[in-house]
Design a protein around this ligand. Structure first.
Ligand code: HPA
Length: 262
């Protein structure tokens, strides 16, 4: 019996190369990376059998096949969020598709609020750990170990590339919340107290699925706002996107150099 997953993979297989690929989730702050891709094929999510469709305006929904610095990449231009009504299984599904198409590495970007008072708005944070407070109504990966989601070698390469480029980066624990509302002052206090450095609304399902499939995963947050509960300033989605846009070139350059080193 053909499964949904094999349907999706069979549809896309003719577009992917034989060589192992690097999977990319180009979330907020990583739109320019698409310019670094020598694109062979671009497929709308809507045309891929069983693929979810992105409903957020700031996220285009296309899968790009091509190369960066001669390395084969398959890039998701636009991702899915729990607050759009998708289940964790739906959000993680494209990662299974990338894996089925030969991706053994997954690089993820996202936008997050800085909880750690020493972390600066506009900077990048390499995820060293992840706490998920999202709905985990999730069956497929129940049995898999998720003790350490991020790949040490990839993280070390990212630190090296950032150092070479003289880009200061933070490193810390990302907490995934359901959204779409930003947190209350009391919630920020709580998240800080339990050891979270940055808060966002994505990445957990995809990183967990990558781990379950033995893919080497790395994730970076663009810190788009400061979540200081004692001096909270109103922040809008437009402002978050504007700050993410400023970090876009930096993160895209670092990912390009990281990919070249893989
Ligand atoms: N909270 C949750 N998600 C976010 C934030 C935030 O402050 N900033 C960007 N994404």
């Amino acid at each position: 019996m053909k499964t949904a997953l094999s349907d999706s993979i069979d549809f896309l297989k003719p577009l992917s190369a034989a060589a192992p690929a690097i999977g990319l989730i180009m979330g907020t702050g990583l739109h320019r990376l698409a310019d670094a891709i020598t694109i062979r094929h671009a497929v709308d999510y809507a045309d891929i059998p069983h693929f979810p469709i992105s409903t957020v305006e700031s996220h285009t929904g296309r899968l790009l096949f091509g190369t960066i610095e001669g390395r084969e990449v398959i890039a998701m231009q636009g991702r899915f969020h729990g607050y759009e009504g998708y289940s964790e299984e739906q959000i993680a599904y494209p990662v299974s598709v990338l894996h089925g198409l030969g991706a053994n590495v997954l690089l993820i970007s996202n936008a997050a609020g800085a909880l750690n008072p020493d972390f600066e708005k506009g900077r990048l944070m390499l995820l060293g750990g992840l706490i998920s407070l999202q709905d985990k109504a999730f069956i497929a990966d129940l049995a898999s170990s998720t003790e350490h989601l991020f790949d040490d070698t990839l993280c070390e390469r990212f630190r090296t590339v950032a150092k070479q480029e003289q880009i200061p980066i933070h490193e810390g624990v990302y907490v995934a919340v359901q959204g779409p509302m930003l947190e209350t002052r009391a919630e920020y206090r709580y998240l800080i107290r339990v050891g979270c450095d940055a808060v966002g609304m994505s990445t957990a399902p995809e990183a967990r699925r990558a781990k379950a499939l033995n893919m080497a995963c790395l994730a970076v947050s663009v810190l788009t706002d400061s979540c200081d509960p004692d001096h909270l300033e109103p922040v809008t989605l437009e402002e978050i996107i504007a700050v993410a846009g400023q970090a876009d070139r930096t993160l895209s350059d670092l990912f390009t150099k990281l990919i070249a080193s893989c």
